[in-house]
Design a protein around this ligand. Structure first.
Ligand SMILES: [Zn+2]
Length: 225
C-alpha cells in the first residue's frame, strides 16, 4: 500500500493504522514501518493513517492532527494548487484560523472566533452543499459519522457544548458525531475548492454576506522560501 504524503512534515510516511489486537505478522510489519498499531480502544473518529516521521494523525482530505500536550494540539489541513497553500487550524476551543500562502506576500490571517462556530458551520454547509441530501453524501464521503435524515435544505445548525453538531430543516435533521474540528476543517477546504477562491478576502466577503464578521490580523510580507 502506498504511503500518503504527510501534510504536516511533507514526508511520504503516512502508513495505515491497524486497530485491534496485533497478530505476529502485523507486529513485524509495524517494526518495518509499514503500518502503525493503533490499540484496541476505538472512538468515532480514529485516524486511518499515521505519519511514521512526525507522528501526525492523518485523515482523508489532508486533515491532520499533531500530537502533543492539549494546549499545543494543532489540527490543520493543506490543499495547494499552483504553489498556493491553504492552512486552516482549529484550536481546542474551536477558534478557526485560516492562513493562505503563495506568491510574494502572505495575506493577513482570517480568524473566526469560537462564539461563531455554529454560524460558520451553517454558512459553510448550506451555502456550499445546498440540500440535506447533498450534506449527507458529503459527510459519508469524508467518513464523518452522522445519524438521522434530512431531505430539504438545512436552515438551523446547533452546536452543543460537548461538540455535537446537528443540522435541522423542515423535513428532518441529522446529528453529526465526528469531531467538530474535522467537520470545520473539511467544510472550509471543500468551500475553497468548490468556490475557487483565490484569496482569504473573497472567503471573508462571503461570510460577511451572512452577517459573520471575521477578524484579520495585520498583513505581513512573506519571505521567499
Ligand atoms: Zn509527518
Amino acid at each position: 500500500m502506498k504511503a500518503w504524503k504527510c501534510p504536516n512534515c511533507s514526508k511520504k510516511a503516512g502508513v495505515p493504522v491497524l486497530y485491534g489486537l496485533p497478530t505476529r505478522g502485523s507486529a513485524e510489519a509495524a517494526e518495518r514501518g509499514e503500518l502503525v498499531l493503533g490499540g484496541c480502544v476505538l472512538t468515532d473518529d480514529d485516524p486511518p493513517r499515521c505519519c511514521t516521521e512526525c507522528r501526525a494523525a492523518l485523515w482523508h482530505g489532508g486533515v491532520f492532527a499533531v500530537p502533543g500536550a492539549a494546549d499545543d494540539l494543532r489540527i490543520g489541513l493543506s490543499g495547494g494548487r499552483s504553489g498556493r497553500r491553504l492552512m486552516a487550524e482549529v484550536s481546542p476551543d474551536w477558534q478557526l484560523t485560516i492562513t493562505w500562502r503563495g506568491g510574494e506576500r502572505r495575506e493577513a490571517d482570517l480568524v473566526v472566533s469560537p462564539g461563531n462556530v455554529d454560524l460558520v458551520l451553517a454558512i459553510l454547509a448550506t451555502d456550499m452543499l445546498g440540500s440535506g441530501a447533498a450534506l449527507q453524501r458529503w459527510l459519508q464521503r469524508y467518513g464523518l459519522g452522522f445519524v438521522g435524515s434530512l431531505e430539504g435544505p438545512a436552515d438551523r445548525c446547533v452546536v452543543s457544548s460537548d461538540g455535537m453538531v446537528s443540522f435541522a430543516g423542515c423535513d428532518g435533521d441529522i446529528l453529526v458525531h465526528s469531531s467538530i474540528e474535522r467537520l470545520l476543517l473539511h467544510l472550509t477546504k471543500t468551500m475553497y475548492r468548490r468556490q475557487g477562491y483565490r484569496s482569504i478576502a473573497e472567503f471573508q466577503g462571503r461570510l460577511s454576506v451572512f452577517g459573520l464578521d471575521a477578524d484579520r490580523s495585520d498583513s505581513e510580507p512573506l519571505r521567499e522560501s
